[in-house]
Structure formats: C-alpha cells, structure tokens
Design a protein around this ligand. Structure first.
Ligand SMILES: Cc1cc2nc3c(=O)[nH]c(=O)nc-3n(C[C@H](O)[C@H](O)[C@H](O)COP(=O)(O)O)c2cc1C
Length: 347
C-alpha cells in the first residue's frame, strides 16, 4: 500500500515523498514581477516542512497577460536572478522545485487585452479577442522561453498551466473553443496549442521535466466530459508530459460567467463518489490510462484523508493546497504521526 512518505520519480527525478504543494498565487512579487524575500521565505517554509514537490504559483510568460498585479514574472531574462534565489531556497531543504508557467488569456484581474480561442467570455463583460495563428505560434515560443528561464534559474522542472480557463485551458475546452481552424473542433485539434507547447519545450530543452496541469472534467455547459478528460490526458502524455496534475471545474465559484451544467440531481455518480468536493475522483479515472504519475488534488485538509487517498491508489501524488497555507509543517507532522498538532485551514 502506498504511503505519503514513499518516494517516487518524475522523469527519473527522485522526489522524497508523495506530497505536493500545488501552485497558489500569493500576490507577493514586486510591482515588476521580481521575486521578493517574502516569497522566498513562504516557499522555503513549506520545503523545511517536508513537502516532496513544490510547484511555485502561476508565473506570467507575458507580463501584460498575468492573473493579478503582483504575480511572479518569468517573461524576461531579468527575472532569472530572483527565480534562482527561489529555486535554491526550496531545494536546500530537500523539496523538488517546479514552477507553473501561465498565460492568463481570457481570465485576469488586470485591465488588459483579453484573448482566447473565440469570443466566449469566462468573466463577466470580458469578451476575449480570438487569437490569430501567428499570435498562437508566438505564444508557444513564449512558453518555451519561460521554461528555458526556469531551467537556467535552477528549477527541477516546469508545470504548464492548462487548467481553470486560462489561455491553454480555454483552447482545450469545447465551451470556450468554437474555432474551425486547426486549433478547434476535435479533441486533438483543441489540444494542438498545449501539446505544441510541450513538444516545443522538449525540442528546446531535451529531457527537462514537464508536468501538465489540466481540467479532468468541467462542470459547465459543453465542457470537458470525463471521457474526454481521459483522452486529453493521453494526448498530453504522448506529447511528452512527464506527469499530469488533474484539477477540475466543479462549480461556478471561480468562473462566474460560465453556466453550470450539472445540478445536484444530474451530477454524475463518480463525482459524488468521493465524500469531499474534490478533483481526486477525476485523477483516479485518468490514472489507469496513462503511464506517467498522476497528481490528485482538492479538499484534503487532514492527515488521515491524505493517507487514505494514497493508500487507495486514487492518485500517485497528492496536492495539499490550503492545508499547506494553514500549516507549513503539515507534511512533517503527518509523517511523524503528530496529526493532532496540524493547524487546520478555516474556510
Ligand atoms: C489562494 C489560491 C491561489 C491559487 N492559485 C493557483 C495557481 O496559481 N495556479 C493553479 O493552477 N491553481 C491555483 N489554485 C488552485 C490550487 O492549486 C488547488 O488546486 C486548489 O486550492 C484545491 O486544492 P486544496 O483544496 O487542497 O486547496 C489556487 C488556489 C488558492 C486557494
């Protein structure tokens, strides 16, 4: 039976245990996207606290297309020095350091140019401009450049953000992608942009580890179904992703402009099958179909549940998001069986 403290490999890279800090934006970078001491300390604390793999929050591959004002930037070589301090700070306490690379596309808190596959909004009154093929190809190169900077800064790998209706995710989803060119229509075509990004990173950086984060299912009208989520996972693993990080869109909280598809009554059984409102059931559906590690995530707040999820083999690695914001020492306490000392997250 798999235990949280068991090591695992991603693309031949040893990770000391199965527990992951998923990307969570902090809004703590400088005004121009440089890493601050506060950010270094934030992530160092979770590495000292025993986390196996830290995926640093969404970093902007194009500064005008960030999610919020003080995102981390990875859009120019000027960012590399600060990113190096961050990677070093994480690695010196034993965690592996990855960083998520992102283009906000149709979803941002900034007053910026909203872009996407088609003119379908995911935020109220923010109708995105459809990207031209030339622009798409330029953005693929920006992802590749960002991955190169992550490597130069000493990160062990990158996570390409293909979830939550940011740019790559909006191309993947039949809800937002209504194109009729080579980037729209069939599952393969909607996945062309994000698989081109993975292949581009491979071509430029060789065996450098890449995780792909995706929505396993989208509870929105016309959204990705579980069957298609499995197909998308396969396509991205075939394109070279070394691990898949399965998120999902279960309600309208983060996408108020998007109509929900399921009601309480019509929700598929497998999504109800887990006693918590979580994306872990999606990860467990995908896991048997791919030959790379699958990271599950969502609503795990206590050590007993973390042990249960991994013990039941629902995913290979487990993300602890808000639990790690509440208690940087969560993992050390779990591994030492000091469950009672864990500081709980309060909603
Ligand atoms: C404050 C906050 C910021 C987040 N930022 C990101 C992000 O930058 N990239 C991303 O893919 N997900 C982001 N997420 C989603 C988390 O990675 C994770 O999937 C989610 O919190 C569910 O896990 P949890 O229930 O263990 O917290 C964020 C979540 C929170 C709470």
């Amino acid at each position: 039976m798999v235990r949280p403290e068991d090591p695992i490999q991603i693309a031949g890279l040893n990770v000391r245990n199965r527990l992951v800090m998923p990307p969570m934006v902090r809004n703590l970078a400088s005004d121009d996207g440089l890493v601050t001491d506060e950010l270094v300390e934030h992530y160092e604390a979770r590495s000292r606290g025993g986390v196996g793999l830290i995926i640093v929050e969404a970093a902007a591959i194009a500064w005008e297309h960030r999610i919020m004002k003080r995102n981390i930037g990875i859009h120019s070589d000027v960012t590399i020095e600060g990113l190096s301090r961050l990677a070093e700070g994480i690695k010196k306490h034993g965690a592996r350091a990855f960083i998520q690379i992102n283009h906000s596309g149709p979803k941002s808190h900034m007053d910026t140019r909203f872009v996407g596959p088609s003119d379908i909004p995911v935020m109220k009154n923010k109708i995105p401009e459809p990207l031209s093929i030339e622009e798409i190809e330029e953005i693929v190169q920006k992802f590749v450049d960002a991955a190169r900077r992550a490597k130069e800064a000493g990160f062990d790998g990158v996570e390409v953000h293909g979830a939550h209706f940011y740019l790559l995710s909006a191309f993947l989803s039949p809800y937002t992608n209504r194109r009729s060119d080579e980037y729209g229509g069939s599952t393969e075509r909607r996945a062309k942009f994000s698989t081109d990004v993975i292949r581009g990173i491979r071509r430029a950086l060789g065996k450098y580890p890449v995780i792909f984060r995706m929505n396993g299912v989208e509870n929105v009208e016309r959204g990705i179904t579980m069957e298609e989520g499995i197909e998308l996972a396969r396509l991205h693993a075939d394109a070279g992703a070394d691990a898949l990080h399965v998120s999902c869109v279960v309600d309208e909280t983060y996408n108020p402009g998007v109509p929900a598809r399921f009601t309480e009554e019509t929700m598929p059984e497998f999504l109800k099958g887990f006693e918590y409102d979580s994306c872990i059931p999606c990860a467990s559906k995908i896991k048997p179909h791919v030959g790379v590690p699958v990271i599950g995530v969502g609503m795990v707040r206590d050590a007993a549940l973390a042990r249960e999820v991994l013990g039941r083999n629902l995913c290979d690695m487990l993300g602890l998001g808000r639990a790690l914001l509440a208690d940087p020492e969560f993992v050390n306490k779990l591994v030492d069986d000091r469950d009672g000392e864990i500081v709980p997250w309060k909603d």
